[in-house]
Structure formats: C-alpha cells, structure tokens
Design a protein around this ligand. Structure first.
Ligand code: SF4
Length: 189
C-alpha cells in the first residue's frame, strides 16, 4: 500500500468507549486496508486499500486531543501495519499524551521484524506499543474464551519486555492486571 505521511486511510471515525479492544475504556482507530483476507474475518469491508476515507493525520490528532475519560488507544482495522508510517506518527502522539497503546495486526511479530529491515518504522512503532496482538485470524483456531483475541494462534505480546529480551514475551495477564490501573473484571462485562 502506498503510504502518505500526511494522511491515513481510515475505515470509520474514531470509536470511543470500547471495552472489547483491550483493557479499560478505549478509543479505536479503525484503519482501512488489509490483504491477509483471513477466512471468517469480522471486518471484510476494511480489506479494500481504496475504501474508507483518507484523513489528514492532523485531523486525527485533533480528534485525539478531544478525547475524554479514555484509558487507552487501540489501532485496529484492517491492518494498521499496512500504514506503518502514519500509524507511527499517531502512536508517538498518543504516547506523548500518556495513553496505553494496543495494536492488532495480522502480521506476526517475527514478520514485522523482518519487514523492519526494509522500513525501520516497523521496529520504531513497536517502541510505542504496550501490547501487540499479532497473527492472522484462523477460523479453525477460533476460541471465544480467549482474552481480547479471536484465535489461539494470536498472541498478546508484551512489547516492552520483548524488546528488552530480544525474544517474544507474552503478556502475563495476572501480573499485568494486578500492576496496571485496569481491573480484570472490566474485560468480562
Ligand atoms: S488480519 Fe484482521 S482485518 Fe485482516 S483479514 Fe485478518 S482478521 Fe480481517
């Protein structure tokens, strides 16, 4: 997908108060465009790289400025990593504002690291992400009991620890919810 640093292609307006895209009350940035085409994808309308609308990044930042009572920002789609340059700029902005950041991608962490050899932004964006939910949705691996993900192959990756250790470290769910401001019960409502 051609990337334009001044714009991001979005599938919808920012959606506030989500309780299913990560812990707490979150605002979701729905990016447009995904070529993984997972069987059983819940958002096939977000696949078209020419769909949705091109939105100036500055306008998205203004929308972020206006958020109230949100615990975090979640990048979803579509696959945000097809617009890594724009998402990096927004992730930096969200982090400066103190938001907890989750990103959903159909790529695996290992694939992103390989892609970073051609575009370092794939690695740089990781430094702003708290949790990366990685991997394609695989219908035969679907499990409705999983926390914040749809299929068993998908991982909740603790990105900070992963970058420190240089190997994938999964989210320790109990530790995370004990130490963070997020109450685990919030996610089961
Ligand atoms: S990566 Fe996500 S948005 Fe893309 S096809 Fe798979 S489930 Fe759908």
């Amino acid at each position: 997908m051609e990337q334009n640093s001044k714009y991001i292609r979005l599938a919808a307006d920012l959606q506030s108060d989500s309780i299913v895209d990560g812990p707490g009350l979150r605002t979701v940035i729905w990016t447009q465009g995904c070529s993984h085409h997972c069987k059983g994808c819940q958002n096939p309308q977000t696949w078209d790289f020419n769909g949705g609308g091109l939105v100036p990044i500055e306008m998205v930042k203004e929308a972020i400025d206006e958020l109230e009572n949100q615990d975090g920002i979640t990048f979803s789609g579509g696959d945000p990593m097809f617009q890594v340059d724009a998402c990096l700029e927004l992730a930096k902005y969200c982090k400066e504002k103190g938001y907890n950041i989750w990103v959903y991608t159909g790529f695996t962490y290992e694939e992103l690291m390989k892609m970073s050899l051609n575009n370092p932004n794939y690695k740089e964006i990781l430094s702003y992400i708290d949790i990366l939910v990685d991997g394609r949705f695989i219908l035969k691996e679907r499990d409705l009991s999983l926390l914040f993900r749809g299929s068993r192959n998908q991982r909740l990756i603790d990105v900070k620890k992963t970058l420190e250790k240089n190997e994938v470290v999964l989210l320790d769910e109990d530790e995370y919810f004990e130490k963070s401001a997020f109450k685990k019960k919030q996610i089961y409502v």
